[in-house]
Design a protein around this ligand. Structure first.
Ligand code: HT9
Ligand code: FE2
Length: 376
């Protein structure tokens, strides 16, 4: 028998993005409220969105992912499990979606984030926003329990699909650029200080970079097997924000492409393993900006696909849903991993990916206490 007991709904929780030019500034204000992002950076990023008609690709990509998830859930006999979609920064807002789910009878919801790694921005901030949503709903007399699946950066479905994408991108390089081509794995830069406190405190911090290095090594190893040559690789970063005085993870992908070219590297595959779909960072920072840098210096460049809604990745997400449900029932399911790191924690420990600005209760963690609904 296949079911998702004890969960009665599954929520895909994402970032959200504008749907048109009028949404761009309000969206950016939602994202950066209290984050100390310089006005100039906001205006720059607004231009990235306006360059694409003011519409982020992320919402449509989530709709495709949802439809693929629905198909896979149904194929596994989970056709009775409602599948919801909510965002942190744009409609449909997570609070509204959970309210509607509660009205429909849901009491215990499992979430999957569209983000594979530990860090404040990629995990805890989602958990804080879930916590705020649950607080608002409690004031309306609604009580819900929410859990999340473990981080999936090192789930074999994620690394396999990425390895396939890297191998396919190598094949798109001109033939004389393939030997000696470098794989440049790319993820979102974050402040050094955010990386330093990422992951469970007991692990000493630095989980964000450690997890990316683990994925990069594993994906490069698998892609090398596929293409039949040893692929050298590096990890670089995109989308730096924040004031210039604040150190963020480096090297920036553009600087790195220039350095590789100067070293005589004949071609690059840029593999955005930090992202699960081709959203704005990929479309602008890589396909537009980094591609222009490569063009300018005459460096052959191929961008590897993101996992998106590929069958194998979607099946992996549903495996994680079933794994988490089994854990919630007190079973000890297998936890497949690829790479050198262990499966990530099921429940985030206290101070996991600590918020450096404020103490905000974060849902789904060990120290989360469900707010008491008004009127109870
Ligand atoms: C680690 C990470 C991920 C990956 C994990 C995940 O996927 O969640 C991610 C994803 C995303 N980030 C996105 C958009 C933005 N992020 C911003 C700002 C920031 N991101 C940060 C980190 C991350 N961000 C940080 C440390 C900041 C500085 C402000 C702060 O400290 O909080 C800003 C403000 C302008 C700017 O500062 O650049 C925007 C517009 C979109 C939507 C794209 C679309 O529309 O297609 C997505 C998926
Ligand atoms: Fe971001």
């Amino acid at each position: 028998m296949s079911d998702a007991n004890p969960y009665d709904a599954l929520l895909l929780l994402s970032f959200g993005g504008p749907e048109g030019p009028d949404d761009v500034m309000p969206f950016l204000e939602n994202v950066t409220r209290g984050r100390g992002i310089p006005r100039e950076r906001l205006e720059d990023v607004a231009q990235h969105y306006l360059h694409f008609g003011g519409k982020s690709p992320i919402n449509d990509q989530n709709k495709v992912l949802l439809s693929a998830l629905r198909t896979e859930l149904d194929a596994r006999g989970l056709d009775g499990l409602p599948l919801l979609w909510g965002n942190r920064n744009w409609e449909p807002y997570v609070t509204d979606v959970l309210r509607e789910a509660h009205e429909g009878g849901a009491r215990r919801v499992l979430t999957v984030f569209t983000s594979a790694y530990s860090s404040y921005s990629s995990c805890r901030q989602y958990r804080e926003d879930l916590g705020k949503a649950l607080g608002t709903l409690a004031q309306e007399g609604r009580s819900l329990e929410v859990d999340k699946v473990r981080h999936y950066f090192n789930h074999p479905a994620f690394t396999d699909v990425n390895a396939e994408a890297v191998a396919a991108a190598v094949a798109r390089l001109p033939e004389d650029a393939r030997d000696g081509a470098r794989v440049v794995f790319v993820t979102h830069s974050v402040p050094d200080a955010m990386n330093d406190v990422s992951g469970p405190p007991a692990a000493g911090g630095g989980a964000y970079v450690r997890q990316h290095l683990d994925v990069a090594a594993e994906v490069a190893r698998r892609a090398s097997e596929r293409v039949g040559r040893e692929l050298a690789w590096d990890l670089a970063y995109c989308s730096r924000s924040g004031p210039p005085s604040q150190p963020w993870l480096e090297p920036d992908v553009n600087d790195h492409l220039r350095a590789l070219h100067e070293d005589g590297v004949p071609g690059v595959v840029v593999a955005p393993v930090g992202f699960v779909s081709d959203h704005m960072e990929v479309k602008f920072d890589l396909d537009t900006e980094a591609a222009e840098t490569a063009e300018e210096i005459g460096l052959p460049f191929a961008r590897a696909a993101t996992v998106g809604a590929t069958d194998r990745f979607v099946a992996g997400l549903v495996d994680l849903v079933q794994e988490r449900a089994a854990q919630a029932r007190g079973e000890e399911p297998q936890q497949p991993v690829a790479g050198a790191l262990a499966p990530s924690h099921t429940v985030c420990p206290v101070d996991c990916c600590r918020n450096l600005r404020a103490q905000v209760p974060a849902a789904t963690g060990e120290d989360w206490r469900s707010p008491v609904p008004a009127g109870s």
